[in-house]
Design a protein around this ligand. Structure first.
Ligand SMILES: CC(=O)N[C@H]1[C@@H](OP(=O)(O)OP(=O)(O)OC[C@H]2O[C@@H](n3ccc(=O)[nH]c3=O)[C@H](O)[C@@H]2O)O[C@H](CO)[C@@H](O)[C@@H]1O
Length: 363
């Protein structure tokens, strides 16, 4: 069987795509998979690191607001449609999967026009522009939240949850390896700070302002900053001068990072939320308020209303984030409650169910 998986732009689109690919390979190791991404975007580096081949389309996204940048959009779209047609013709997939983001538009269109069945995976409770546009041609739409009939034809929808890489699912087996990788002491609590695949400015600035308080409390800190803040973070860590704090622009071994975390501070991107449910760590979520339709707050609220996570708003983070984290670290009972509640929301079979749906389309 041959499958094209297309999309990307951010980790929240790339990692579910990799999870689906891994699952297809687990079910049938002879499955041939080709990724199609957008030139210059994050997937062009992250997908090969996960062991898959990717080709890039010369595509740019359309901005939601009216801007001059949109003038070049039809031209680039035309070029990437031609390139997508060529890729489809040469690879001859049995099915094409779109995970949202720039590249999945032209690729799924080209596949549909050739009569190849397509499947869309939507990560959020609010559908992305590309996925909405592609829905009428898709045979199947796998979603993570109820109520997606508001965006997609009801008969095509299957509620599977978001596909998470299986190593993250089995993070608990990686505690020792994680301590070694991050050079941590077993006796101290550890805070894992994750800003999503690009890092989060508000979280970074809040941590910068209060890092000394973690150090004074004897807490170990794994701080993922994103590429744009890492040099500043290194200065901050050097100024604090404690071996308890480790800063990274990006963490490739998320299974090990979750494994060693006593608590997690995180943005509320859809995949981060799905992963936190699977690893069952007590979490403080700081939703990114400018995400379209404020969907990160909706993602976070789906946990908070079930007493499965704490929420600190972006606006209050500078004053409240460190204090909330220190209070949670001092309260093992609250940690246990959050952990057991968040686990009830996990969807451990999502990747398998989506892979099965992909395979059904080829029959
Ligand atoms: C700013 C923005 O619009 N963000 C969107 C983006 O978030 P973003 O790309 O941050 O995505 P998510 O939080 O959903 O997922 C991040 C993914 O990257 C991985 N990861 C992250 C950091 C790291 O150092 N290493 C690593 O491997 C995580 O394990 C996870 O698999 O896509 C999500 C899913 O469509 C949306 O819900 C988010 O709103």
């Amino acid at each position: 069987m041959k499958v094209i998986i297309s999309g990307g732009g951010t980790g929240g689109h790339i990692y579910p795509a990799i999870a689906i690919a891994n699952e297809l390979k687990t079910i049938d190791p002879t499955t041939e998979i080709l990724f199609v991404g957008a030139e210059g975007k994050m997937e062009m580096e992250k997908v090969p690191r996960a062991g898959y081949t990717i080709v890039g389309l010369p595509v740019v996204g359309i901005k939601r607001e009216l801007t001059l940048a949109n003038l070049g959009f039809p031209f680039k779209l035309g070029r990437s449609l031609l390139r997508a047609r060529q890729i489809v013709r040469e690879f001859q997939p049995d099915v094409a999967v779109g995970v949202g983001g720039y590249a999945s538009g032209p690729l799924l269109l080209a596949a549909s026009f050739k009569g190849i069945p397509t499947l869309i995976q939507e990560q959020n409770s609010y559908a992305g522009i590309t996925n909405k546009a592609l829905a009428r041609w898709a045979k199947r739409i796998c979603v993570a939240y109820p109520g997606m009939e508001a965006f997609f034809p009801a008969e095509k929808i299957k509620l599977t949850g978001n596909p998470v890489r299986s190593d993250i699912q089995f993070a608990d087996q990686q505690i020792e390896a994680g301590r070694e990788l991050f050079a941590l002491e077993a006796t101290r609590p550890t805070v894992l700070i994750i800003g999503g695949s690009q890092g989060a400015r508000t979280i970074n600035e809040s941590i910068e302002a209060g890092l000394q308080r973690f150090v004074d409390a004897g807490v170990q800190v794994i701080w993922q900053t994103g590429a744009s803040f890492i040099s500043r973070a290194r200065e901050v860590v050097a100024a604090v001068g404690s071996p308890l704090v480790k800063a990274y622009d990006f963490i490739y071994d998320m299974d090990k990072a979750y494994a060693v975390a006593t608590i997690v501070i995180s943005r509320a991107g859809a995949l981060s939320v799905s992963e936190l449910c699977l690893v069952g760590r007590p979490a403080i979520l700081v939703p990114f308020p400018a995400a379209s339709e404020d969907h990160q707050t909706k993602n976070a609220m789906s946990l908070v209303k079930n007493d499965a996570a704490l929420l600190v708003t972006d606006r209050n983070a500078r004053e409240e984030l460190i204090t909330t984290a220190l209070n949670l670290l001092e309260n093992p009972n609250q940690q246990k409650q959050l952990s057991s509640q968040i686990k009830t929301l996990a969807k451990p079979h999502a990747a398998r169910e989506i892979a099965e749906e992909v395979r059904k389309l080829t029959k």
